[in-house]
Structure formats: C-alpha cells, structure tokens
Design a protein around this ligand. Sequence first.
Ligand code: CDP
Ligand code: MG
Length: 684
Amino acid sequence: MRGGLAGAWKPGTAKPAPLVVTIEDLNDDASFAIHASVQKQRHQLPVYKQRENLLFLVENHGTTVVVGETGSGKTTQIPQLLVEAGWAEGGRAIACTQPRQIAAQTIAARVAEEMRVTLGTQVGYSVRFDEVATRGVTKIKYMTDGVLLREMMTDPLLSIYSVIMVDEAHERSIATDILLGLLKKIIRRRPELRLIVASATMDTTAFRDFFNTSGEKLQTSSLGGSLPNRTPAVLFVEGRTHSVLVHYSDEPVKDYLQAAVSTAISIHKIEGPGDILVFLTGLDDVNAAVQMISEEAEKLPRALVALPLYAGLPASDQELVFRPSLSSRRKVVLATNIAETSVTIPGIVYVIDSGFSKQKFYNPITNVEALVAAPVSQASAEQRAGRAGRERPGKCFRLYTEETFATMRPQGVPEIQKSNLLSTVLQLKALGIDNVMQFDWLAPPPAECMVRALELLYALGIMDEYAKLTSPLGYQVSELPLDPMSAKMLLTAVEIGCQKEGLTIAAVMSVQTIWASGRERKEMDEARAQFGVAEGDMVSYLNVYEGYLRAKNQRQWCYENCVNYHAMAKVVKVRFQLSRLLLQLGGIKQQHDGDVKLVTKAITAGFFSNAARLEAEGGNTYRSLRGNQELFIHPSSVLFRASPKWVVFQSIIFLERHYIWNVTAIDPAWLSESAPHFYQLGRV
Ligand code: CDP
Ligand code: MG
C-alpha cells in the first residue's frame, strides 16, 4: 500500500471485530474469516440496510440528499453500493468529496481494506500534492472538494464520473459551496450524471431548494431514454446512536483548557470504562492539553494516555488514535473540529466540549482575515455530544452553561460568507465563470468581499482591468496549487532569478508548521534562533531546509533542532512537485545563488497587501498599511524581538491580539514598486 495513511484504520478497529493484525499477516483462512466479519459489520450499518431505497432514488433522481448520523455508513458504504449496482462500469468512476485531506486518505484506506484491494487500484484518493489513484482503474475516488474543483479545469463536465457524492455538505466549506454551484450547471448539461449530497444535519431545505430544477427548460435532450426526475430526493438514514446525557457547567468557565484537563482527569477517576474525546480549537491547545494531561496522569494509579488529533498529524500518531484501547488503560483524544463529523474514533463514551472552534473571520474593510477561537453553533455542539453515543450510552460535558448554549447560533455561517475570497474568485475565473457576482451561489458571499478580491487580483497582476485573467501570469497562477499570493511570490522568484529559494519557501508555507511540537518554549526559541536571519521567518526557512538536506541522519537532525521530521519530508515532496509544475509552465531562469535581497523582493511581490509598519521606534505595535489594523509579531517569529520597521506577513491569527505569522522585513520602496496602484506613490 502507498500513502502514509494506509492502514491507519484497520478493519475491525471498530466493534465488534477485534482485529489487531493486518490481513497480509494472516494465512488465507484467517483472512477469510476476518473479511467475513468485516462484511457482517458492513451489513449492519444503517446505510446498508437502506440500500434498495438509496439505489432506487439515485437511479431515478438527478440529485439525492442523504442525511444520516455520523457513523451510519454514508462515506464508506454509499460508493461501494454504487459500484456493486454497476455505476462504475464501462470505465466510469464514482467521486466522493471531503472537506479534509485526512478524511479522504483514511476513508480510502478503510474502503480499500473492506473491498480487499490495494489502495490506489479500484479505490484511491487524491488530495493536494498527493494522489494515490489510477485513471481507468480506480472506481471509487475519495478526494478533497478542492481537488475536484481543480479537475474541472481540465475536464469541465467531469465526464469520467457517473456519480459525484459531495460529502459533509453541512460543513459548507468554500470549495463545497463552489462545487455545488458548478455541479448544478453540469447536471443541466449531463442529465445522466447523478449527484449525492450527504449531510450529517437534518436541515436539508437549502440543498433541496437549490437543486430543484424541475421548473426549468432542459438545455439538452441529447440523451435517449428517460430523464431523471429533477426534483431532489431526500433519504433519511435512521441513526445508530445511543442516548447521551449532557452536563453543563454551573458557571461560565474562565479557562477552557484547564477546565478540559481537570474534567478529563475526574472522568478517569470516577466514571466507568470508555475513552474520552475532548474538542479543543487548534494545534496549540491540543498540544498544551496533551502535555498537561500527561503530567497529571503520571500521578494516577490507572493509566490514562493522552493523544492528539488534528489535520496534518503524522500517520503514525493517527494510528494510535484509531487503535482500540487496551482494557488496562483509558485513552483521551485531544482533537480539533476534525473529530466532529468527518472521522470516527472507536471506543469513545465521554465527550468534553470546550464550546469553541477555530474559525475564519474576514473583515473586508481592514482586509484582515484572522483565525479566531469562536463559539461553535448549536448544531456543532449536538454533533460533538453525539460522538459519545456511538457504541453505548455516553456522557457529554459541556464547558459552558445552559444559558450560553441558548445564545449560540443554531447553524454555523457558511465559510464563503466569512472568508477572504482571493482564491475563490481566481478559481471561478479560471473555470471560465466571468461574472462571479452572478454565480449561482448556495449562499452568496458579501459583495464587499468580492470587490476586495477583484481589486487585489488586479493589483497582483493576475487580472486585467476587464477582470480577465492576464497572460501569462494569471493563467500560470491559476495552474499552481497554491494560494494566489504564494503563487505570485514563486513566479516572481522565477522571473528575477531566485527560483530555488522561492520553491523552498512556497513548499514550507504549504505545511502547517515545520517546527516540532511538545518541546519546552526555551528549547524552541533557541532552536529557531540558530536558523534566524534578519530578513525574517521565510528566509530563515531556507536555512532549516539546507540544514535538513545536509544532515546525514535527517530524523536525528530534526529531533536535535526541534524540527518536525514528517513536515520536512512533506516539504521536500511538495517542493519537488512544484518544481515539476514550473517546468511545465516553462519557468526556470538563471539562478543567482543566495541573493537574499532578491528573495525578499519576491516575497514582497506576493505578499505586499499584507504589509505593516512599526508604530513607534522601540515599541512592538504594528499597523497594517491598508486598514490601519493593530498587529503584533507572533512570539514564535524570529523577528519577535527585532521589530523591524517595515514587514510583510503571510497570515494573521487572533489569540488575545492580532498576531502576524511568517514575517519578513522589507524595504518599503518595494511596496510601491510591486503594486503601484495598491499603494499610491508617496503614501507609503
Ligand atoms: O460517513 P458516516 O459518518 O455516515 O459513516 P462512515 O464513515 O461510513 O462509517 C461507518 C462505520 O464504519 C462506522 O460506524 C465505523 O464503525 C466504521 N469505520 C471504521 O471502523 N473505520 C473507519 N476508518 C471508518 C469507518
Ligand atoms: Mg462520513
């Protein structure tokens, strides 16, 4: 099997099959017995029980909305049932989209095991920078919603797919929303295509109304035979959950991290058997909680094992989470939102809900998009509680009061309405949607956000004054699987002769962080300082990359330098793929080795709109040039103490203040040079 995640979830990690070895380890008889038990387990899933209904609806309706509790078998079973019913014959394939990479990878591995095939043959996956699938062979392809959008750039009607299942549609990720809008167009042209919209929340009205095209005239009647019903069908799959007793805090909680840790410890002390799942907001929280619980647990008589779970976690650590616990010890999984609906962890009986998740918020006036830990919706809180009742009656401890719950919004806001739309608008343009304002949106984004995005694309030189993609830059940027600002940085680097450095920086920025987690603050600061240069974080990454390449034993080198080995391995892979793409685009210019000034220039050319100026000499407060937002350099930046006068940065994260991340010191003259219209001359 290929792919880091293969086998992360083995058949039988869920009840009732108690399996700890892989099929390959066994002789044929034993493997047959295990397969039989996996099949039996399959047949007990609610979705499987509804297969006749499901297949009938898919056969007869253009769109079918399937609603079912997490764990009912939507993601793993529906594509298999479709294959069994013949939907993948004649070289056609079934696509199933996920908002998260980790879900696409782990589920593909699971389904490959269920079907007893090697991952990458009949079952495969495709996520950004990692495709394990074979064209013409793969019948079921799990992929991120973003990847399917990219496929549309080369195959606008997605003609190789007979059925497209948009999974986790309730999450309303940006890519899902765009995808749904485009798929609505495609089914008008391809009436033989079937859509399945799968959601874990009951409210299906939005999807049903959106896909109801029964009143429209058909654009094509190229197909003989009967046409599907153009009113969407809805299938409710009965849940398989047990009751969950919900406890609220009596008083508002001051520090949810501390509260989560002490709640986990007291569950371990007084409650019966069963694992614990804690919902926190992000990587930092998760790592801090793992450490706090591990320290506390040392003092306890019975073992309590703390495990992290977040997008981007290395495969070996994921495996620990999905492996069933030994009866002698209890596991507590510290997770981000990812465990809410998209992956299933066996053994969970207790849930602790902080009530928060990390959410994007975009302010088109200040042009600031920040990640903020914000209260979740009531629908999310219910989903989280539901994770406790999958195998038997469970308990959910909410770290907020019942009054607070009543003030939470019933449903989350679709991402498209609270994000910076730079990539979205570019993607639509690249797909030939000229009038992005008039696009058929499931929920339209605010007009100001669109205008901002159009303006910035123009300033980046990606679009011309008629809002068309420029040639070649606009087309090249849209071909690269990077955000438009990183893509512009990279293409500028190629242009001005520091392509090697541009590639490394773009690759590093496409992983969450290259630094190791769970180390002491002081140790981290020292490690970062050895690579640090006055130009800032992005240029310092070049030193880390060089050090990594030169190391004899890379794993050991990473450990000694507080660098995350898995992240670096990914950087190398991404960098290689990006360099191949550049070659196809006809890049490659002469190289001026090690000219740092050119590198910072290229960075400025991409990130000029994220520029800030030190407010007063000797201070540490910055103001964004556009929008005058108060900003601070994140303490993990190599420039945290240096406080250079002018900087550009990659992103903003809101903790108790707005912190800027991946910071580069620049010469302000480059700003007006890079974007004369954006920063009118003389103003800077
Ligand atoms: O998509 P949905 O949440 O409806 O369910 P699913 O992901 O298809 O999972 C169906 C069942 O398969 C779960 O209840 C788990 O028991 C099992 N499963 C598993 O054991 N390991 C996996 N990697 C995925 C699913
Ligand atoms: Mg699912």
